[in-house]
Design a protein around this ligand. Structure first.
Ligand code: MD3
Ligand code: FE
Length: 223
């Protein structure tokens, strides 16, 4: 059950008794504040195993630029980029091996969060794992490599805070700034699915579990 509260800054915020604050950013985008917090230990343990098998690496964009964000993946497909373009690949190009499987704790979290946002049958087949250190950023882009754009994307923020930029349907549209902190989960679907978005250069910070890092998991239906 949810209870509507009177809020000074977010008149769309409601208290979610089980987990935290729920904020609608626009039609199709909802922030579930601290939703992942009860699962942080299981998530970080699973992450540790994935990274031991498929380490973070700085990929290169089709334009030849080394990304400041380091990435890896788990699930049946992983998002990769190199000078030939972006794609989902069932193997890690670095090792030639399939990506580590999607941990049960990841699947469960993504599925429950999507359901809370009104997407009842979300079963992701890809999880892109982004690692930010201070100064790392992600410039405004759209996520449109996925085959089925009717499926949402679920993102989980861990570690030090970031300033998320949430734009419109054109790169020039002035973005909204949203601070995302440890445990926040955002579900992006429907009309929000093709909005431009990015992350401002990460500021210095310290988190007790992740030191000077921010980790973002994005769950996707790639195929
Ligand atoms: C809005 N990652 O990996 S997650 C990405 O924090 C990416 O690492 C950012 O953008 C990060 O592609 C932002 C939030 C997010 C993810 C997908 C979206 C927002 C989105 C797709 C459509 C609209
Ligand atoms: Fe994105």
């Amino acid at each position: 059950m949810t209870m509507t509260m009177t809020m000074s800054l977010f008149d769309t915020a409601e208290y979610d008794q089980d987990h935290g604050w729920r904020q609608e950013l626009c039609d199709g985008a909802v922030v579930l504040r601290r939703f992942a917090l009860p699962d942080e230990t299981a998530i970080l343990a699973a992450l540790h195993d994935i990274v031991a098998r498929t380490p973070f690496r700085h990929m290169v964009t089709p334009g030849g630029f080394r990304m400041s964000v380091a990435m890896t993946n788990c699930g049946s497909y992983g998002w990769v980029t190199d000078t030939t373009g972006y794609r989902y690949d069932s193997r890690d190009p670095q090792s030639g091996n399939p990506w580590p499987g999607m941990p049960a704790a990841f699947l469960e979290l993504a599925h429950t969060a999507a359901a809370r946002a009104g997407f009842s049958d979300f079963v992701p087949d890809a999880c892109l794992i982004n690692r930010y250190t201070p100064g790392a950023r992600l410039s405004l882009h759209q996520d449109k490599n996925e085959q089925d754009l009717s499926a949402p994307i679920v993102s989980v923020s861990l570690g030090i805070p970031a300033c998320f930029l949430f734009g419109g349907y054109q790169r020039e549209d002035k973005p909204l700034r949203v601070r995302l902190t440890h445990g926040d989960v955002v579900v992006w679907g429907g009309p929000a699915r093709l909005r431009y978005h990015g992350i401002m250069p990460l500021k210095d910070g310290h988190h007790p579990l992740l030191d000077g890092h921010r980790i973002n998991l994005t769950f996707r239906k790639a195929a």
